[in-house]
Design a protein around this ligand. Structure first.
Ligand SMILES: [Zn+2]
Length: 307
């Protein structure tokens, strides 16, 4: 009987924690993370959505009562807790492909949604040369297009100069990649460039440290909703939307990910906490008892705390 009571007590505790978690996380903002928007059937690209799918997704937000806020509003909420409307979503694009002007921009205007483009400034008017041999060549936005979009509700923020993996280059070069991209945008545009998206979502402690000196917030590619009080402003989560979100199944996946993004964030945080606990237990164990050090934690890659 006593054993039964303990199980009941544990089950009740679990349910309470689950609902507190649900309430807390579901107040967050989902930041959508796009790249290219085009209909180029010849090129098979993981990071592309078609204009039809993009239209469907924007329409879904409208139909189901989501409130599209600017990235500035989203960061204000994450930083100071300034309340957002219910079911808040922000829209971002990485790299700055020319199709963002020809395909995505007219649809954003149709729904009157604000959006942010993280621009690779070394390739304005050029091509995605950093992807050479991996994905097809694509044209990038030029300054005229960028300026026109900026005066019509699109914010431009930094995505470095050359789109290099910042964890694989010397610290001095990281500093250049980050601040020169910020300078270029501020020279040409009127908006303040205070956000950064890390190329490939790759970070380490040095990269974050440098980003903190120049920016107010920075964005990763980790999935899930971003929630006030539980979000590192220099590792803000985004929900990646790509080719797998095409067609009937893709639309279903988009809807599910959007609705359950609070749960995805909760699971991701739980995995990181477990990894960190395991790492700290193992480090202590290694330091105290082991004459040699183990390279792997129980959860492998989590040792790097998502750098
Ligand atoms: Zn990128």
């Amino acid at each position: 009987m006593r054993k039964m009571n303990i199980y009941l007590f544990l089950a009740l505790g679990f349910v309470i924690i689950f609902f507190i978690g649900l309430l807390w996380y579901s107040q967050g903002v989902v930041i959508l993370h796009y790249h290219a928007v085009n209909n180029d059937q010849a090129s098979e690209e993981l990071i592309r959505v078609t204009p039809e799918d993009f239209d469907w997704q924007m329409n879904h937000l409208k139909k189901w009562g989501y409130h599209v806020v600017s990235l500035q509003q989203a960061v204000k909420y994450l930083k100071d807790g300034k309340p957002l409307p219910r079911k808040a979503v922000a829209i971002t694009f990485d790299d700055g492909y020319e199709d963002n002007f020809g395909e995505a921009f007219p649809l954003l205007r149709k729904y009157a949604y604000p959006a942010t483009i993280f621009m690779v400034t070394g390739q304005v008017g050029g091509q995605n040369s950093w992807d050479k041999g991996r994905v097809p060549r694509k044209k990038m936005l030029n300054w005229d297009q960028i300026k026109w979009m900026e005066t019509n509700g699109i914010s431009f923020q930094a995505h470095t100069v050359h789109h290099l993996n910042l964890t694989k280059i010397p610290v001095k070069q990281v500093q250049y990649e980050i601040s020169a991209s910020q300078d270029a945008l501020e020279r040409h545009l009127t908006n303040h460039v205070n956000f950064l998206a890390y190329p490939y979502g790759s970070i380490n402690p040095d990269v974050v440290q440098i980003a903190k000196k120049e920016f107010e917030a920075a964005f990763s590619s980790s999935p899930g909703a971003a929630v006030y009080g539980n979000t590192d402003l220099f590792k803000i989560r985004r929900m990646s939307v790509k080719e797998m979100h095409s067609g009937a199944w893709g639309h279903w996946l988009f809807v599910m990910e959007l609705r359950l993004s609070w749960l995805i964030a909760l699971i991701e945080d739980f995995k990181i906490s477990l990894g960190n606990i395991s790492y700290s237990i193992q480090s202590n164990f290694n330091n105290c008892l082991m004459p040699f050090s183990l390279d792997q934690t129980l959860f492998g890659r989590v040792q790097d705390k998502r750098w």
